[in-house]
Every structure is written in C-alpha cells, then in structure tokens.
Design a protein around this ligand. Structure first.
Ligand SMILES: *Cc1c(COP(=O)(O)O)cnc(C)c1O
Length: 398
C-alpha cells in the first residue's frame, strides 16, 4: 500500500546525513536545547526572513504560548476559522477565551475576511488565521481589518512553513510565518517540514514579544529559578532540532517536487467532472501540506480510491462549530437557529449563524465550512510520493 506521507522514503534518501547528526546529539550529552536548537532557530529565522524564531514543544504549544504572550484573558474573543484542525480554537478555549468561528472562502478554503469582519465586537482581541493546506490566508485584507479594529493577528502556519506570497514586482516573495504579529508552525512528522516526534516554533519580528515567548515557554523564567510570571514548559529536543537541520537543507528541493506533483494532479483533474482542486489564490505558492480536492460525490470517489488502493485523508469531516466540545461555547446563546452541532451524526444540521454567509455553491442552510466538510478529500503529494503511478491508478477507476 502506498503511504499517505512517505517518511520512510525520505529517511532512506537522507540516511547518512541524518544518522551522523543524530549520533552527534546522542554523543554530546546535551538533549534539550543546546547548539542544535540554537542552530535550528537561526536557520528558521533566516529561511523566513524574520527577526526571531523560537523552537518549542509542538505546534499546539506554540499556539498556547503565543496566545499567552499576546496577553489573552478569560472572556476575550478570538476569531478563528471554522474549517481547520481543532488546535487554534482549542487553545483559545483552554485559556478561557471564546473562539468565534469565521466562515471560509468556498474555493481557496481560507478564512473569509468578510466573515471575520462580521464577527468583530467589543470583546474581540485578535484573529488566528490558518494557512490551510499550505497556502497563506488573505493577509492583506485581514491586516486591514485588524488595523481598523486594533486587533492582533496570530498566523497558524503549521501546514505552510515554506509557502510564499508575491509582493510588488521589485520585492522578493514574502514567506509564510512573517504575516502575523506572531506566527507558529508545527514539526509534527507528517507536516511539510517534520521531525521524528513533536516539535514546533514561534516567529515574530517584535523583540519584546520574542522575549516574552521565551520566558513563558521556560516556566515564566528569564533567570534561573526566578519566575516572574506563570508560564509553561515547552522545549524542543536537541535530537529533533538535529533532524530538522538536516531536512531543512533539502527542503526547497522538496517543495519544488511537491509543487510538481500538485501540477500533475491539477492537469489530470482539470478533465474530471464534479471534482475541483482547492484553488490557490493569485500570487501564492503552496507547500501542499496535502493535495486537497472538493468532490461533489465524495462517497463514490472514496469507493474508487479504495478499489485502486490509493490512500486518502479527510481534512476535515466537520466544521469546528459543529464539534461537540464547542457546541455550547459557540451556540448556546443563539436562539434563532436550529443548531444540532453537538450531535456528531447531525453535521449537516449545523446551520450557519449568519444567513448572509451561506456558501453560494452549497445548500442554503450550510455555510462554506460545512459544505467543505462534506466535499474535501486529500491525496498523497509529498516529495517521495510517486504521483504518476497514482494518476495511472486513478485513470483506471474514474
Ligand atoms: C498540525 C496543526 C497544528 C498542531 O500542531 P502539533 O504540532 O500537532 O501540535 C495546529 N494548527 C494546524 C492548522 C495544524 O494543521
């Protein structure tokens, strides 16, 4: 069976370099932080073109530490996308904040600035924008809204480290992780840049925010055993940094391969009815964390994939406001809708709070996030995936 992400193929390709770097860490006696981690932080900051990169324990911890550094307090509202991994909304809620779920664009699947604007209220403190599936969120519009209302932007680039957005013609494209007041990424093994366990990083150009992040991630301490504020423990292992330093030297090449693979799928699906690839917004390059399609009859498509033995993932089967853990949070106060989000079998009854945000292409009672949750399906696209073979298999079943 073809793996969804070919981590074994990748390890085999870089094995001598990886083994050398791994052995050096094991022999050094320095297992948490240290020179490998400092080197990684410098490499990450240089890669993105940003002042500060701070390694930490995971993408989720990076979100938590960032929110703490931004000063989130109980009752603060934070606008998050309705269609993404749970972590952004989860971290807001875990710190006592209230996630407000913004709808997405029906084609790019990125957070909708119009929906964000409609959710801004007196308790709104910031926006968490997710660079979904590997392309950057619409930061130009989001920044405009943030500036107008005095909000911060936290960029969740867990899936998009390495993505870029074209600037004016005489400027270099701008990298993901530089658009938020603070940004995060994840090194979970299956992410575009992954390690061999949990890992993450936080990015900012603001020296004071960077100092706070380091302090919070180190038990609220800048000086040994002096704890000025309540913090957490979020550190990166040296072994993970060593692996990432090796993988980073091959990363640009891998991104090219991912884009080549995605272009092959694009060409193939252009002639298949009822199937639309996620649209990549003009000027954006995607990391293709996965290659995501919107399929009108997803169940029938899944049967064909099974027959052809092609692996797939469903990112994400439910809009976040429909998740049982957020049912009460986001909808207890709403008397006018017939919401049933707490019931996992009733995904489709979880109607949009705001009728004007309904997805033009979908059922009138569903928002775009809900429509996407019924249509989205992802195929393997990593640099070590043989997409030609997958397309041959698809040709035989479609
Ligand atoms: C993977 C992911 C995270 C969490 O990262 P971990 O390292 O697994 O904690 C957060 N946000 C998004 C959008 C993700 O895809």
């Amino acid at each position: 069976m073809i793996p969804f992400v070919n981590l074994i193929g990748q390890r085999n390709a870089y094995k001598p370099e990886l083994e050398q770097a791994e052995r050096a860490v094991f022999d050094s006696g320095c297992f948490i932080g240290g020179p490998a981690v400092s080197q990684l932080e410098a490499n990450l900051a240089k890669f993105c073109g940003i002042g500060h990169a701070i390694a930490c324990g995971s993408g989720t911890e990076a979100l938590t530490v960032s929110l703490m550094a931004l000063g989130i307090a109980p009752g603060d509202e934070v606008i998050v996308p309705d269609f993404t991994f749970v972590a952004p909304a989860e971290c807001v809620a875990a710190l006592g904040g209230i996630p407000k779920f913004a709808d997405i664009d029906a084609e790019t699947l990125q957070i909708s600035p119009k929906s964000v604007e409609s959710l801004v209220g007196p308790a709104t403190r910031g926006i968490i924008a997710v660079d979904l599936f590997g392309q950057c969120a619409p930061y130009k519009e989001l920044r405009e809204i943030a500036n107008r209302h005095g909000l911060w932007i936290l960029e969740d680039s867990a899936q998009a480290f390495g993505a870029s957005v074209a600037q004016s013609p005489h400027l270099e494209p701008r990298r993901a992780c530089t658009f938020g007041d603070i940004a995060i990424t994840s090194f979970y093994p299956s992410k575009p840049l992954g390690c061999y366990g949990d890992g993450g990083a936080i990015f900012t150009d603001d020296a004071e925010l960077a100092r706070k992040v380091r302090q919070i991630a180190n038990h609220g301490s800048s000086e040994h055993y002096l704890h000025e504020i309540v913090g957490v423990n979020s550190r990166l292992d040296a072994i993970q940094a060593a692996v990432l330093n090796v993988k980073l030297t091959h990363f640009e090449e891998e991104l090219c391969k991912r884009r080549e693979n995605a272009a092959k799928y694009d060409a193939f699906f252009a002639n298949v009815e009822g199937i639309q690839p996620q649209r990549i917004a003009k000027g954006n390059t995607s990391t293709y964390a996965q290659y995501t399609l919107l399929v009108d009859d997803r169940n029938a498509f899944i049967e064909k994939l099974k027959k052809a033995e092609i692996p797939y993932c469903i990112h994400y089967p439910m809009a976040l406001h429909c998740q049982p853990c957020f049912g009460e949070l986001s909808h207890a106060a709403s008397a006018t809708d017939n919401l049933n989000g707490a019931n996992a079998t009733a995904t489709l009854n979880c109607a949009s709070e705001n009728a004007t945000l309904n997805c033009a292409t979908g059922n009138a009672t569903l928002n775009c996030a809900e429509v996407a949750s019924t249509k989205a399906i992802s195929l393997p696209v990593c640099a070590f995936t043989d997409v030609d073979t997958i397309i041959e298999k698809l040709r035989n079943v479609l």
